[in-house]
Design a protein around this ligand. Sequence first.
Ligand SMILES: [Fe+2]
Length: 506
Amino acid sequence: MSSISFKTSQEKSTYKFDREDWSSAYTNVEKELTNQPLKVIAGSIPKGLSGTLYRNGPGRIERGGQTIHHPFDGDGMILALNFKQGKVNFTNRFVRTKAWKEEEGAKRFLYRGVFGTQKRGGLLTNALDVRLKNIANTNVIRLGNELLALWEAASPYALDPETLETIGLSNLQGVLSSEEAFSAHPRFDPGHNGEPKMVTFGVKTGPKSTIRLMEFATEGEQGGHLLNDRKDNFNGFAFLHDFAITPNWAVFLQNAITFNPIPFLLGLKGAAQCLSSNPNKKSKFWLIPRDSGAFKGEPPRIFNAPDGFVFHHLNAWEDGQEIFVESIYYSSFPSIKPNEDFLKIDFGSIPEGQLKRCKINLKNNKISTDLLSRQCCEFAMVNQKKLGKKANFAWMAVAECKQGNGPLQGIKKLNLSNGKEAFWSAAPSGFVGEPIMVANTEAKKEDEGWVIVLVWNGTRRSTELVILDACDLKVQGIVEIPIRVPHGLHGSWYNHQEKSTSILEN
Ligand SMILES: [Fe+2]
């Protein structure tokens, strides 16, 4: 039994979990299944839940007896869970990237991983090997007729949306240059400026950073066509994993970090292990006017941001001259060092993520910050019809402990106006992935729908899909997944109906 304790000046809390219950999820996925009907083991699947949950995450944890150094270095494996009339079918496939095919053939790692996985053979083999291994493992989204497996430092891989077979590297109908970076965190504008759009970005960084902001059509025959495209240059290195949108702005947070590439070039560290928080630098918000918004063509605005490190944003919205940005803040950049084993990680030694809201005043440049939720959280989202507008509710994965860091074991619904919370917990032996809030297509209320989440059952050493009522987080159904799925990254919901007709009450 592993134990983690947290102390603050006022209080002390202790929470215990069995670390092997958590780490046992990290095994190689050996099977690829096609359209397999799944067994409901508790409750039932709501009839109104109709569409496909796509999800991405590491599926190869080990090759030739060598375990990856960090889960983010695992090759992307896509799941599709297709819900229809109270039933669900399951398909999974690895993304056949160039590196995946080469390494499967060789039965060993041939590339270094960005997060510290090294090739066998020590420094001589790894030094000066700066090739990027596009592992397509971070997110999976539908854009027009294409299904795209995303990894932010390179171009997406296109997959068949039904069979998940890999079609190949995509340049999005000529939009991207060869292997151009394309974010794994697109945002889907529900229709702030006319038709719905996918807004996303690519970043080129160094002493100066360039952000390419792109907007794509998502509906009908135009789906996948580039509508807007602009590039802006900023001073300084940027690590931009995510961003947020409002009707008029794309909001980026430039973390106060330093990149020292020397240990990477010498073969001592992965590129991402060369990032570190720099207390002498100040984080900045970079606000870029959207080409479909009211400030089209104007230059970006730059503001100071709170201290800390941000991977993910929840949402952003505008109110007159004020922009509100909700994000998950860590006190510093969390990483796994070269001599550490991620399977034995001490959660208590890593900073926890906390949800904060930052208010930026465009007129007087003043910034203020509020803590929305102290409890360690990740993977937060709002009802997607509220993206870019003030939302009343957020759903997120949370640690069981109320303070400090811990593995994600529960789901929280947070009322963003009054702080009221609802919980569902898989503790002590269950561990959750990213919750996806699926709005009921006929809903009038913002919290009407379901939350679907993959859960690693540490007791049974198996994966389950849990369906919760989005309003009160009561369990609606639990479905057995026929393969063991390692703790994963991001996914998306695709509604096969063309458009939802409902209008949300405020
Ligand atoms: Fe992410």
